[in-house]
Ligand binder design. Structure first.
Ligand code: BGC
Length: 756
């Protein structure tokens, strides 16, 4: 049914229109019965449904309906598999249709600036390219069913401490390259029906009132068509919000703000067309849902199996000296309560009332594995059961290996606050250390939403990171440990050796009012690479039970330019004896040295499945944007002409196929011409370089008699003179008597004409 939304709006009173810009209750929008507009329900998100009935809250404290908890984003992003996360979105979209939910509140793509952010488990990556690609795939999966998504929290919500008051002080370049880029990709590739703006301020302005953030960038530059909703309770001044481009305030209790908007329209502060536009954007999304209802059944048992399968592709094998996979014919001991009661999701608004949870212990027993179990430590606190520890130490050597299920207690990782450190509970570290004295074959299985320090890493032969793997995590753990599944996840974040290595360490979380993003664009591997700093596990790292070789990088052209694309291919071979999946990663590196840039940045990835001995070709396509940085002066993306390295590998620290390409651009950076412009700046600009070069050469020729130079060697003297001139401003030509003021004015005018 084609609806005439504009006509419908024309039939509304101003009060009715304004009422649609605020929620009715915690999860519903308002109805206008006389016009046949019902209430619409939204729900968290992102990795399953948290549909609440009467006792609603946004902190995940009160109950919600039984639903299926899929792996959290810390896990799903580690799959590096767009199809996998698209399929997860597809299933969640169907569940929403079955439960009459019009929008699911996710995905969450805030960049993992610090390992301490309490919600890192829900966020995707430290890398915006990866986060953007995975978010777009998820959104496309959900929205295929006419269910809206709400990509969040837009923007710079990289900590939970003071999230409602703090101002993220961050450069435009870092915003564009790091903190907005995943939202940009998602908008361009998947048009999320809604964007959820964050609580915090950015450079002093609340996100919910930031015209640049809500209108200029997404609608003006990216072509965003959906509506923008506040995070629950993120409005401070709704009139300012509407003027800035905010559409919907949630949750309910908004009557006063609705009235304020109507009054502002009457007072001529807010043009009525702005309100009409908000209403139109909102109704478009909800009507699309209403007009495309699907007959779906929420089959929890079936979706549970899907959740378990997804997790199989997410777990990351961090270390393996041959102990894994376990031999089903041998005898093993499981240790730690997580073996029996897994930690599989984080706390807060994404918390799901799981329909069923699989533990590794129960799944291993059901699969007929020969496993015993000692609890030894509880899942919810930092404590050891001393008797169990004694028992464990006494019997550990009788087993072929001991599998310790370590992890972070629920209370540590949640919405609303950050972690205080990067450590596992001390009792777990102590247990592992004690155990290693009597049994060398120790496997540590981790359940946590973000990196932890691993004090025993050198002595433990195998470490498997399950992250927060959703309610089917037990099944996936059992199948990976015993080799029914070959692990294929790779890290979507760097694991630093210790917390103080992290680039945000000195500026996290700031105080209640302000946090300075002093590391700027150097977040995650962009920083560790530059500092040549050893890390525990690099971004992109992940092992397999087989081995792969990535080689033979080639490009479809030697050079390309604005508006063209470049195809880069590599061959990937499974050189081991098991089938497996490899994550192939393409990084780009600017070799031109014109501005500080990360050593390399991820610009492509793919996951391929290979039988033993099989080779496949993986192809990437990149364009000028993949080579670009955000040039604040230009107000645009810019890639200087020159050479770029293309680096392909299976981790950011394991690059095995390299190549390079030349890029030509017609874009020019603006050149600010005044007496403080340096000779270096003029020489670096193609428009002014020839003239200045000529001027300097004739100047040097005048001075250079071949004798009496500093080094006595004319070539060296010239090199020294040019190096010194780099930073010499034009005004020094006056002080050194090369020209007078009038001549300088002439020179500047001439340069301005050349630049145009
Ligand atoms: C969270 C959002 C969530 C909303 C509704 C807020 O506190 O930050 O991510 O979608 O509550 O529960």
């Amino acid at each position: 049914m084609a609806r005439d939304i504009k006509k419908l709006i024309s039939e509304m009173t101003l009060e009715e229109k304004c009422s649609l810009l605020g929620g009715d209750d915690f999860w519903h929008t308002k109805a206008i019965e006389r016009l046949g507009i019902p209430r619409y329900m939204m729900s968290d998100g992102p990795h399953g449904l948290r549909k609440q009935d009467d006792k609603a809250d946004h902190l995940g404290i009160n109950d919600s309906i039984k639903a299926v908890c899929f792996p959290a984003a810390c896990a799903t992003t580690s799959s590096f598999d767009r199809d996998l996360i698209y399929n997860m979105g597809d299933v969640i979209g169907k569940e929403c249709q079955a439960e009459n939910l019009s929008v699911v509140l996710g995905p969450a793509v805030c960049i993992k600036r610090s390992p301490l952010c309490g919600r890192n488990f829900e966020y995707m990556s430290e890398d915006p390219y990866l986060a953007g690609e995975m978010a777009a795939a998820y959104i496309n999966g959900v929205q295929k069913h006419h269910i809206g998504t709400s990509i969040k929290h837009y923007a710079a919500n990289n900590q939970e401490s003071a999230r409602m008051s703090v101002s993220a002080e961050v450069s435009e370049r870092a915003l564009r390259e790091i903190y907005l880029a995943a939202f940009e990709t998602a908008v361009k590739k998947s048009q999320p029906k809604t964007i959820m703006c964050s609580y915090n301020k950015i450079n002093g302005v609340y996100s919910a009132e930031n015209e640049w953030l809500l209108t200029k960038v997404p609608r003006g530059e990216w072509g965003y068509e959906g509506f923008i909703v506040t995070d629950w309770g993120a409005v401070n001044d709704r009139v300012k919000g509407v003027l800035a481009g905010l559409d919907l305030e949630m949750p309910g209790n908004t009557a006063e703000n609705d009235r304020a908007v109507a009054e502002a329209v009457r007072a001529g502060i807010v043009p009525e067309e702005k309100v009409d536009e908000c209403v139109e954007r909102i109704l478009k999304v909800f009507f699309d849902y209403d007009d495309n209802r699907e007959e779906q059944v929420f089959d929890r048992a079936k979706d549970h199996e899907i959740a378990a399968k997804i997790e199989e592709d997410c777990a990351v094998l961090l270390k393996n000296e041959g102990l894994l996979p376990l031999d089903p014919a041998k005898k093993y001991l499981y240790v730690g309560e997580y073996a029996e009661k897994p930690r599989y999701q984080g706390g807060g608004s994404s918390h799901i009332n799981s329909f069923k949870v699989d533990s590794a212990l129960e799944c291993s027993k059901a699969s007929g594995r020969n496993v015993d179990y000692v609890k030894a430590f509880p899942m919810d606190k930092d404590a050891l059961f001393e008797e169990d520890l004694e028992k464990l130490i006494a019997c550990a050597s009788e087993y072929d290996a001991v599998i310790v299920f370590a992890g972070l207690p629920d209370i540590i990782e949640s919405e609303g606050y950050d972690r205080k450190d990067m450590q596992l509970p001390a009792s777990q570290n102590r247990l592992i250390a004690e155990l290693l004295k009597v049994q060398k074959n120790v496997v540590v299985v981790l359940s946590n939403g973000a990196p932890v320090e691993l004090p025993w890493v050198e002595e433990v032969p195998a470490i498997l990171e399950m992250y927060l793997g959703g309610e089917g995590v037990g099944q996936a753990t059992d199948r990976i440990l015993f080799g029914d599944v070959n692990p294929s996840g790779h890290l979507a974040e760097t694991w630093p050796v210790k917390l103080s290595d992290n680039p945000s360490f000195l500026n996290f979380p700031g105080n209640n009012r302000r946090v300075n993003y002093k590391e700027d664009i150097f977040v995650g591997y962009r920083y560790y690479d530059m500092k040549e700093m050893p890390v525990r596990y690099a971004f992109g790292h992940g092992l397999s039970y087989t081995s792969f070789e990535i080689s033979n990088l080639r490009c479809d052209k030697e050079s390309f330019s604005d508006g063209e694309t470049l195809k880069v291919s590599v061959d990937v071979k499974n050189t081991g004896s098991r089938a497996g999946k490899e994550v192939v990663q393409l990084y780009v590196s600017d070799r031109n040295g014109t501005i500080e840039r990360p050593l390399k940045e991820l610009k492509g990835f793919d996951k391929v499945e290979l039988q033993p001995g099989e080779t496949k070709t993986v192809e990437f396509e990149i364009d000028a944007r993949a080579l670009s940085y955000y040039a604040e002066d230009l107000g645009d993306w810019f890639a200087p002409s020159g050479e770029y390295a293309l680096l392909v590998g299976n981790a950011s620290d394991r690059i095995t196929a390299c190549g390079s390409v030349k890029f030509e651009t017609k874009k020019m950076l603006p050149l600010h011409l005044d007496v403080d412009t340096t000779i270096g700046e003029l020489m670096a600009d193609l428009r002014t370089a020839p003239f200045v070069q000529q001027m300097m050469q004739s100047r040097m020729a005048e001075q250079n008699t071949g004798e009496g130079g500093i080094s006595g060697d004319a070539e060296q003297d010239n090199a020294m003179a040019s190096a010194m001139m780099q930073y010499m401003p034009l005004k020094s030509l006056i002080s050194f008597g090369v020209m007078d003021k009038a001549q300088m004015e002439g020179l500047l005018q001439m340069l301005k004409n050349t630049v145009g």
